[in-house]
Design a protein around this ligand. Structure first.
Ligand code: FAD
Length: 183
């Protein structure tokens, strides 16, 4: 009988993937498309052991003297879908916050080019495909900071809706990302 959690041999069907694990186009779990918890569940199902702290770069005296099993959870791991998303929204909204109120044609082209490539290169492929579809449905608005910031806020809200997160009040996007809160 199969041992629970064991890596299946060639005669056994592969164990079902833990909920939330998204495969990459290479058929392997896509880290930047999957939450940290789902990815960890998959890694432990596959019996992947954490490397010993001493084999990691930048190890400090504090971590090298701690056995791997007792090491605190690390923060310098490859980005999961949430860390990547949070950092990316910070970048995108901050670009909107520093976009000129009255951009020149060149500045407008730059932002259009950036988003066209961004939507192709975003490392979570499922996110990227949905974002490309959104950009086809709702063309990017570049004529002013206000128009661009609101377009981006609506785009972010589309993802919030898909994920069941609260909808952000777009009349407050500048307070959140440019001026700081009034109160
Ligand atoms: P985030 O959504 O990352 O937001 C960060 C902060 O932005 C919030 O704390 C809030 O202060 C502010 N904020 C929230 N909404 C808005 C808004 N509308 N306008 C302005 N500011 C706002 N994850 C998936 O699981 N599936 C996907 O398909 C997916 N697609 C994505 C597509 C893109 C282009 C990006 C950049 C990210 C995507 N993500 C996706 C990640 C997801 O959107 C979140 O970033 C992630 O779940 C972490 O969420 P969070 O609750 O920390 O807040």
């Amino acid at each position: 009988p199969a041992t629970p959690g064991a890596v299946p041999g060639p005669e056994q069907p592969p164990a079902p993937l833990p909920k939330g694990v998204v495969l990459g186009k290479d058929g392997k779990p896509c880290r930047s498309c999957t939450s940290k918890s789902a990815f960890s569940a998959w890694a432990s199902q596959m019996g992947h052991a954490k490397p010993a702290p001493s084999s990691r770069p930048f190890s400090s005296a504090a971590t090298t003297s701690t056995p791997a099993s007792e090491a605190p959870a690390r923060k310098d791991c490859p980005a999961d879908v949430e860390t990547l998303g949070r950092s990316t929204w910070t970048l995108l909204h901050t670009i909107a916050a520093t976009y000129p109120p009255k951009p020149t044609p060149v500045e407008q082209n730059n932002i259009r080019d950036f988003f066209r490539l961004f939507s192709k290169l975003y490392p979570c492929w499922v996110c990227a495909e949905d974002f490309q579809a959104y950009m086809k449905k709702e063309a990017i608005k570049t004529e002013s900071r206000d128009a661009f910031g609101n377009w981006l806020c609506d785009a972010h809200n589309e993802v919030n809706r898909k994920l069941g997160k609260p909808i952000f009040d777009c009349s407050k996007w500048e307070e959140r990302w440019r001026t700081g809160w009034k109160d």
